[in-house]
Design a protein around this ligand. Structure first.
Ligand code: GLU
Length: 510
């Protein structure tokens, strides 16, 4: 019988969703759509100490922004709920007790001091890594060592305890990972993981395995950091007698810092000056910028992320979502870490801005100006769009580069004035402005001949004139074709801008 295809994205609401988390969601989504299955959002919130308010909502909003809409899950309904693990706590204990009955798990009553002592003994006396495992458990206070009656008394009297997995020595634990091939662990390397904590809630391992089973998950696609946990998960499947029906495992490669040195962390955004989160995450403690607010289109982010670890063996770079779905396969995901290249992300965004429908971009432009308290009309929006759509890499640049077209407030580039502006130019440009004022016919030809004469007369090069004019118009030395820029303004506005900017440059006294 063929299994239904059911994949889950299972984030923990411990903070903002890292961009790597969005890639995990995307890979799950691509595979699910390709295999025509169900995409499930499960919230893994059993660690109450790490719970962060607002994080769950943030995760859902990020998925919605990216268009990765779950078929089932928290906020989306479905027949396998509840999909929030904290609402499933009554389910897990039963399974843990079943393991205890079979001798595959046990109660442990060790106090924090007992555990501390065991750790210090091991480190100082035996110089080994402290682990609660088949070597040490015989010395500890647990139901394997205590007389049955004593265990019962302790349980009845409500003595704090955990339930631990009883990992047997000398068993082979094999994981057939689609990306990494066969990964074999010797059970002696594995500790007796806690399954049920003293607060009665399950640990990640327990809840994850039980829920994958009960929610009939067919494929587990998650980050590489979970590979070592999978050994414990396989043991759990074995003990429950479910090993033959385990999900397919695929552990995704890490996303690395731009310099390739180590995993991309949430703090790297501030260090390298780019976002590492899909959307802004601003709390009392954190202030992280998001791709969305930085000016990215979700389609561009998905395309960029898809290629951070996967390629279909060709040199193709631009994929529509449906094309990605059609071509995606777990087998073509690389094993080694993928370097996060923000310049590449911007390149993708520029491609998508150029090919995106003009109505989508225009409505974005209107909103962008509105959020900067400038109301623009259709004609102004058209001008901004057509002048900048082939030039910008970020949507926000429609504002930072194009605002001169509708606003008098220009910030003159300091760098340009310091490095390129020549103080003897004030006089020359003042004269040029007067010539513009006198110009009767305001078209490209006439402007061209004024500028040509000016350059010859004042012995200026094109590379000096054009940046200077652009700075006087928009504040920055780069921009679209100069005549298109001038054309975007009326004659009066153009002349006024030049006058005001020249004055500002003079006053700046750089
Ligand atoms: N809750 C884990 C996380 O926060 C998910 C691991 C998994 O997908 O199994 O990433």
């Amino acid at each position: 019988m063929t299994k239904d295809i059911r994949l889950r994205f299972a984030p923990s609401p411990t903070g903002a969703l890292h961009i790597g988390g969005l890639r995990t969601a995307l890979y799950n989504y691509l595979l699910v759509k390709k295999l025509r299955g169900q995409f499930i959002l499960r919230i893994e919130d059993t660690d109450q100490t790490r719970f962060v308010p607002g994080a769950e909502e943030y995760i859902i909003n990020c998925l919605k922004w990216a268009g990765l809409i779950p078929d089932e899950g928290v906020g989306f309904g479905g027949d396998y709920g509840p999909y929030r693990q904290s609402e499933r706590s009554s389910i897990y204990r039963k399974y843990a007790l079943q393991l205890i009955d079979q001798g595959k798990a046990y109660y442990a009553f060790d106090s924090t001091e007992d555990l501390e002592r065991m750790r210090t003994d091991l480190v100082t006396e035996q110089n080994t890594m402290p682990k609660y495992d088949f070597r040490t458990r015989i010395k500890m206070r647990n139901s394997l060592n205590l007389p049955k009656e004593e265990t019962e008394i302790l349980l009845r009297s409500g003595t704090p305890h955990v339930i631990r997995l009883c990992v047997p020595p000398s068993e082979q634990v094999k994981i057939n990972d689609v990306i990494r091939g066969e990964v074999v662990f010797n059970s002696e390397e594995l500790d007796d993981k806690v399954l049920i904590k003293s607060d009665g809630l399950p640990t990640y391992h327990m809840a994850n395995v039980i829920d994958d089973r009960l929610m009939k998950i067919s494929h587990v696609v998650r980050g590489e950091e979970w590979l070592s946990s999978t050994a414990h998960h396989v043991l759990l499947y074995r003990f429950f007698g479910w090993e033959e029906e385990m999900p397919v495992f695929a552990h995704l490669p890490l996303i690395l810092k731009p310099n390739g040195k180590g995993k991309l962390s949430k703090r790297d955004g501030a260090e390298f000056g780019f976002p590492v989160f899909p959307m802004n995450w601003i709390t009392e403690k954190d202030n992280f910028l998001g791709f969305k607010e930085f000016g990215f289109l979700p389609e561009a982010v998905l395309n960029f992320l898809a290629l951070l670890g996967w390629n279909d063996g060709t040199k193709q770079e631009i994929y529509s979502l449906s094309e990605m779905i059609e071509k995606f396969s777990l087998e073509q995901i690389g094993k080694s870490g993928a370097r996060f290249d923000f310049e590449k992300a911007k390149w993708f965004n520029a491609q998508y801005i150029q090919k995106s429908s003009c109505s989508i971009i225009k409505s974005y432009i209107v909103e962008l100006y509105k959020s900067n308290k400038i109301k623009i009309d259709d004609t102004e929006c058209d001008t901004i769009y057509s002048l900048y759509k082939d030039r910008v890499q970020l949507l926000t640049e429609f504002y930072s580069q194009g605002k001169y077209l509708v606003s008098d407030e220009i910030e003159i580039s300091k760098e340009y004035i310091e490095k390129k502006w020549n103080h003897q130019w004030y006089e020359k440009y003042s004269k040029l402005i007067s010539e513009f004022v006198l110009l009767q016919i305001w078209d490209k030809d006439s402007l061209e001949s004024v500028l040509k004469n000016f350059m010859e007369r004042e012995s200026l090069k094109m590379g000096e004139l054009l940046p200077a004019l652009r700075v006087m118009m928009s504040g920055i030395p780069t921009g679209p074709d100069i005549y298109l820029m001038i054309n975007g303004l009326s004659k009066d506005k153009f002349i006024n801008k030049l006058k005001m900017s020249l004055e500002k440059i003079k006053l700046a006294k750089v």
